[in-house]
Design a protein around this ligand. Structure first.
Ligand code: 5RP
Length: 228
């Protein structure tokens, strides 16, 4: 069993009968979805799910997990999802797959948000290994990009898979992949990007993770923020 699967299985232990569970997106979240389906099938676990992306909804449906639409919920019991980066103050960078709008809605709506990752995701500062994905309203992309450049960021529209156009999210938005000066901390970056007109959402998940489980060479432990 690899570390992503191991940590996903650990997170599944937090799922109890009757819960409304948010499903993340990505390879680690997929292991969690698969484990929920196994528990429902083999051990009679009774849950309802809500998905953070079409791809996760499809996976849940194909595994016969009961699923409700996002617009029908006000809060959820638990949300389990992966991350691209995790900093010592428990800030996450997410959205490599560009489903960050629903992901952040579910992270905020959850009574508990558990992040699951292998140790390769631990970094010293946000943006260390990845650009920051910023979802923008299409007609505002140039104005939003200019505002972000005025903050010192560099980058541009995310290309589509074929490289002959731009990436369009499931809500019809564009994604700006931007790199910021590494001296800007997560709290400052979060506030600056939130204040940029035309920005719909971005991949910095600041103070949203309640619990972070990290698998490192076959051992899962709870990540403690530095200074705690
Ligand atoms: C998608 C995400 C994923 O959770 C993140 O990219 C981690 O993916 P993986 O579990 O495949 O490493 O934020 O928007």
């Amino acid at each position: 069993m690899n570390d992503k699967q191991l940590v996903a299985l650990e997170a599944a232990k937090y799922v109890k009968d009757g819960m409304l569970v948010g499903l993340g997106t990505g390879s680690t979240a997929n292991y969690f979805i698969d484990e929920l389906a196994r528990l429902a099938r083999d051990e009679g676990l009774k849950i309802t799910t809500v998905a953070s992306s079409t791809i996760s909804a499809q996976r849940a449906q194909s595994l016969h997990l009961p699923i409700v639409a996002l617009e029908h919920i006000r809060e959820i019991d638990l949300y389990v999802d992966g991350a691209d980066e995790i900093t010592p103050d428990k800030t996450l960078l997410k959205g490599r797959g560009s489903d960050l709008v629903k992901e952040k809605l579910l992270a905020k709506a959850a009574k508990e948000f558990i992040t699951v990752a292998d140790s390769s995701k631990l970094v010293s500062h946000i943006g260390q290994n990845f650009v920051i994905p910023i979802e923008v309203i299409p007609f505002a992309w140039q104005l939003a990009k200019k505002s972000l450049e005025d903050l010192g960021a560099e980058g541009g529209l995310r290309p589509n898979a074929a490289g002959d156009g731009f990436w369009i999210t499931s809500h019809g938005s564009y994604v700006l992949d931007m790199k910021f000066d590494k001296s800007l901390d997560a709290s400052t970056l979060n506030a600056l990007i939130n204040n940029t007109p035309g920005v719909l959402e971005h991949g910095i998940f600041y103070k949203l993770a309640d619990r972070i489980l990290i698998a490192d060479n076959g051992i899962v432990s709870e990540y403690q923020a530095s200074g705690q």
